[in-house]
Write a protein that binds this ligand. Structure first.
Ligand code: AMP
Ligand code: ZN
Length: 483
């Protein structure tokens, strides 16, 4: 059941809009990808879980999806607003490695997280350094009318396009105050689309251009890669909510300059019909960061024994436009919920699915699921619909399996491949083996059956001393967990 018209929240108009594709039957989506100078934190990965759910929903609704995610390996400065150093050059200098090696290492680490979170592969990963000639061509095309040269590079004059900054809704002094002054800029919000290598310096990554040897600006990269692969206008552009402030308004300005300078009352003039932004994952102490506090990488969660899909479920439990606070308790709760689902699915493990028949008992859950996903990807409600479907009794298992598979194709929890064992909390630092634990638990069970409670308690204490908590009261029958 996929009848409900898909409504998505367009940040450009700040309203829900019914999705109407630019090309009939197709959905073309561009997602701002990572800058591969460091490991992504789990907040970054929330952005890709969101984009994945969007892509899965579009596929499920029958659109032929072309999803592009870029890999930024040049040009992104330590401050989005045109100040600071190139993140890649900085890390390469710190590690005394080549940028290419840094980029490769962190790209692979990012892809490992993508796989662990069951994020589908996009049709294409576009890598910024593969598109430099196209970036120079794009910049040449808009330079005369929209740009001016300063000693430090080629700058985009934001007053040359209509409605600059509409996406940010922040053409205020406060917004502009965040942008560092560069001498000679015509407007505070003007930004570099080509940055010249300062005289006497050498960058690891630099290219010749009509504006001197240097490197492209980060905003230029996304305009060029999205337009080159998807064609302007395409359907949906996504990113984290921070991109609503600077990166995407600047992309939009470039796209307008490239395509038509018309204003944004027609969102298509921005290069994409719909701009979507996920809200942040935050820590109790505030903004998530790679440099301060505990660096919350997905691998840290895995090392502490949590299955990565528990984190995916944690993301889905919040609407993508709501802020989500990370906590270990929250993650543990998501894991327990996932276990319950996996146990319910366990009964369907060996049946083959019968997608052709839908039992009326599933109709309410299916309708609820469809309406939830169609309502701007309301995954928290969709999850409850999935659980309602899992709870349906006295129906042919093949029919039930088809329903659950259909819902999971959208949510991506990989329910049919997960097992109870895979979901056990199993920290990497644990020294005890599972066989040893199972053996001790079997002995303990025998002791309890024989009413030898002293012996049973002794085994429990012995396990506890080795970091294994025995959970007699666990309604799920998960007899132990490592602490
Ligand atoms: P970056 O690699 O810094 O360009 O970020 C990759 C993606 O993660 C971008 O779409 C950001 O907007 C997004 N992002 C950054 N921090 C967070 C966070 N704490 N929660 C959710 N998304 C984030
Ligand atoms: Zn981007």
């Amino acid at each position: 059941m996929t009848d409900a018209p898909l409504k998505l929240f367009n940040s450009l108009t700040r309203s829900l809009e019914v999705f109407e594709p630019v090309h009939a039957g197709e959905a073309r989506v561009y997602t701002c990808g990572p800058t591969v100078y460091n490991y992504p934190h789990i907040g970054n990965m929330r952005a890709y879980v969101f984009a994945d759910v969007l892509g899965r929903t579009l596929s499920w609704k029958g659109y032929k999806l072309t999803h592009v995610i870029n890999i930024t390996d040049v040009g992104h400065l330590t401050d989005d607003a045109d100040a600071g150093e190139d993140k890649m050059e900085k890390m390469a200098a710190e590690k005394a490695q080549s940028i290419w090696d840094i980029a490769e290492h962190y790209k692979q680490a990012y892809w490992a997280d993508v796989r662990a979170l069951n994020i589908r592969q996009p049709a294409q990963w576009t890598v910024a350094t593969d598109y430099v000639p196209q970036m120079i061509e794009f910049a040449k095309g808009i330079a005369d009318k929209h740009c001016y040269e300063l000693e430090s590079g080629l700058y985009f004059d934001v007053s040359t396009v209509a409605d600059y900054g509409r996406l940010a809704r922040a053409n205020t002094e406060e917004g502009e105050g965040r942008i560092e002054a560069v001498e000679g800029k015509r407007n505070p919000a003007d930004f570099a689309i080509w940055r010249k290598t300062p005289p006497g310096e050498k960058r690891q990554m630099e290219w010749d251009s009509p504006w001197g040897r240097g490197a492209p600006g980060w905003h230029l990269e996304c305009s060029v890669m999205s337009g080159a692969v998807l064609g302007f206008p395409f359907d949906i552009h996504t990113g984290g909510i921070d991109h609503r402030e600077i990166h995407h308004p600047n992309e939009i300005a470039q796209n307008q300059a490239h395509c038509c300078t018309n204003g944004l009352d027609d969102p298509k003039n921005s290069g994409a019909k719909i701009w979507m932004h996920n809200n942040f994952l935050v820590e109790r102490s505030g903004k998530m960061s790679k440099s301060s506090g505990e660096f919350l990488r997905l691998q840290l969660l895995i090392d502490k024994g949590y299955h990565p899909l528990a984190y995916r479920l944690m993301c889905l439990q919040a609407h993508y436009r709501s802020e989500l606070e990370f906590s270990w308790e929250g993650l543990a709760a998501a894991l327990t919920r996932l276990k319950r689902m996996v146990m319910a699915v366990g009964a369907l493990a060996d049946v083959s699915s019968q997608p052709e028949v839908v039992h009326p008992k599933f109709a309410p859950a299916l309708a609820k699921f469809d309406e939830a996903m169609a309502d701007d990807l309301n995954t928290p409600i969709a999850l409850t619909a999935l659980e309602e479907a899992l709870a349906v009794k006295n129906v042919a298992p093949g029919i039930k399996r088809a329903v659950i598979e259909d819902m999971d194709a959208v949510l991506g929890l990989d329910l049919f491949n997960l097992t109870r064992t895979a979901l056990r909390i199993r920290p990497r630092s644990a020294t005890i083996t599972e066989a040893e634990i199972e053996d001790a638990l079997a002995r303990r069970k025998q002791a309890r059956t024989a009413k030898d409670f002293a012996a049973a308690d002794a085994i429990r204490d012995e396990l506890s001393a080795r970091g294994v908590e025995v959970m007699d009261g666990d309604p799920l029958g998960w007899e132990w967990r490592l602490t």
